[in-house]
Write a protein that binds this ligand. Structure first.
Ligand SMILES: [Ca+2]
Length: 151
């Protein structure tokens, strides 16, 4: 009881705050759920370079975020002529903000993105093993893509 009274009396002092915080941090670090949560935050913050470093898998990715953060809105190992319709890029129409090409370095390993559906209009070509962290002219514009022999 005497201890409680002392702590409450010192509630506004910096000494008490300094004494309480390290205790909370230590106990949180001991719990495994807290540790896995930290790992998930790290995964969510992984950017284009991190994801490319995982290795090639023959897939091209489109993100609605800059820097390839989070889940892609499109992950495709073949062509998609209309992001508004079915296919691996369904729902990605005009939402692009970053792109990542993890294609194998062989023929048809580069990807050309188009403003229009059906590979029409202005385009942007991305070589295999490359990414664009922040699309400029193509930001929120991409509507189709196809794999090409070479950019
Ligand atoms: Ca478009």
């Amino acid at each position: 009881m005497r201890k409680m009274t002392l702590m409450m009396a010192g509630a506004t002092s910096a000494v008490l705050i300094g004494g309480v915080l390290p205790t909370m941090t230590a106990s949180a670090a001991e719990q495994s759920p807290a540790r896995s949560q930290v790992r998930e935050v790290g995964a969510a913050a992984r950017d284009c370079a991190d994801k490319l470093a995982d290795g090639r898998n023959g897939i091209v990715y489109v993100y609605a975020t800059y820097n390839c953060i989070g889940k892609p809105i499109c992950a495709d190992d073949d062509n998609d002529k209309n992001y508004s319709k079915g296919g691996d890029c369904k729902g990605a129409n005009n939402r692009s903000s970053s792109v990542l090409n993890k294609g194998y370095s062989s023929t048809y390993s580069d990807v050309r993105f188009y403003d229009g559906k059906g590979y029409d209009g202005g385009s942007l070509c991305l070589k295999d093993g490359k990414y664009i962290k922040k699309l400029k002219k193509a930001n929120n514009k991409i509507s189709s893509h196809k794999w090409v022999k070479s950019c």
